[in-house]
Design a protein around this ligand. Structure first.
Ligand SMILES: [Zn+2]
Length: 404
């Protein structure tokens, strides 16, 4: 059933591509889903240089959008109002349900505002029963009135950027605020959460955190079910592939760059789109019984990698693994890359830390970078947010000189 739907949608996309200036020649030898790897990988660069717009499309279907460039490369793109909007809403409702929210129950989001039309506002507030609040706050005083408001709304679900949820939890803990929410779950999105951060959010809000994966270009691709075995994704809408650095497909269970094909965008087809994340696909079925396939792991944004002097890449999530051993005393950390050879790591520690642990951590970090980098730890009370209140895990040397 799913396979048939997927094949049908793929054929529909193909026929659109035969009338698309960019894709016309690329899909010449493509007739089934299995031929997909014959189409070259679509990079952000290619999108910026080519107009992928399909010919003869009703202009009413066009919705312009853009990403803020969290991967360091802002992108303008066009969505297809007609074919994907309904699926997008249905998926969101379903994912909310996985996190415990029944349709009609109240939902609060810590999310950046997007301008909505009158009807969208009516839908959002009265039918979707959702209220949005800005994600980032510099102080508890700034957050306090919002928190009171959220408390009075009695939401059953809280959704937010991972970093915004972590910031909220930190502010609540700092002031020992008496939180009392009837939450059934939390959905964290947009950034990976370090394990200790996830644990911390769960402790403060007294409920489970489920991770959701998506991007503005392609909507919500997948989410964890309560079994948390990975991200289930919608097989009738997306075709996911993982490739190595040469662009060759890797086996399931192996890590590589994630390519997303969205079968529902006919206006600006995104086929084998290199979304900028490392991921591992799984061919196992989840113990929850849902038939949707799994992305076993999202390994984070490509930009979340630091370069070592030898030219090798050091994934930011490695800090994650190392810090997990000592997660009971690290609250937050930030890496300042002063030069390729010198990193300073700012750490906010809990009161129970021991000096011995810090020295041990310094040693393990040096080892993890093959002793190529001079790493020093700096204990701090607080880590500065950017002017918009956003938390940055990595500050690179070019940014240091700009900020100074
Ligand atoms: Zn599952």
């Amino acid at each position: 059933m799913i396979q048939r739907k997927k094949a049908k949608r793929f054929q529909a996309l193909l026929s659109v591509c035969r009338n698309n200036t960019y894709y016309r020649n690329l899909v010449k030898n493509v007739s089934t889903v299995e031929d997909l790897p014959k189409i070259p990988i679509l990079s952000r660069d290619l999108i910026q240089r080519n107009l992928l717009l399909s010919n003869g499309i009703n202009k009413r279907r066009i919705r312009y959008d853009s990403t803020s460039g969290s991967t360091g490369q802002p992108l303008r793109f066009i969505k297809d109002q007609q074919s994907s909007e309904g699926v997008k809403i249905a998926t969101e409702l379903l994912f909310n349900k996985w996190a415990g929210l029944n349709f009609g129950e109240r939902h609060v989001q810590l999310w950046a505002y997007h301008t909505k039309s009158f009807y969208q506002n009516v839908w959002f507030k009265y039918l979707y029963n959702c209220r949005q609040f800005p994600p980032y706050y510099n102080t508890f005083d700034a957050f306090h009135p919002i928190l009171e408001k959220i408390q009075s709304l009695r939401p059953n679900l809280l959704t937010g950027y991972s970093s915004a949820l972590f910031l909220a939890a930190s502010l609540i803990e700092e002031e020992d605020y008496n939180l009392n929410l009837p939450l059934k779950g939390i959905i964290a999105s947009a950034e990976s959460l370090l394990p200790y951060q996830k644990k911390f959010i769960e402790t403060i809000f007294q409920t489970d955190v489920l991770m959701r994966y998506g991007a503005r270009e392609v909507d919500n691709v997948g989410m964890e079910c309560p079994e948390r075995n990975g991200y289930h994704f919608i097989p009738s809408r997306y075709i996911l592939e993982v490739v190595d650095s040469e662009g060759n497909l890797v086996n399931s269970g192996e890590e590589g760059r994630l390519l997303v094909t969205d079968l529902l965008n006919h206006i600006m087809p995104l086929i084998r789109y290199d979304i900028g994340d490392y991921a591992i696909l799984s061919d196992e079925l989840c113990s929850c019984g849902r038939k949707w396939p799994l992305i076993k792991e999202i390994k984070g944004r490509i930009s979340d990698h630091l370069e070592l002097p030898s030219g090798k890449s050091f994934p930011f999530l490695s800090f994650n693994v190392l810090f997990e051993q000592v997660s009971d005393f690290i609250r937050e950390f930030q890496v300042l890359q002063k030069s390729t050879e010198k990193w300073v790591i700012k750490i906010v520690i809990a009161p129970n830390f021991r000096k011995k642990q810090i020295l041990e951590l310094e040693r393990t970090l040096k080892e993890a970078t093959n002793n190529e980098v001079d790493i020093s730890l700096e204990l701090v009370k607080k880590i500065q947010r950017t002017s918009t209140g956003k938390f940055k895990y990595i500050i690179r040397m070019n940014e240091l000189s700009v900020n100074k």
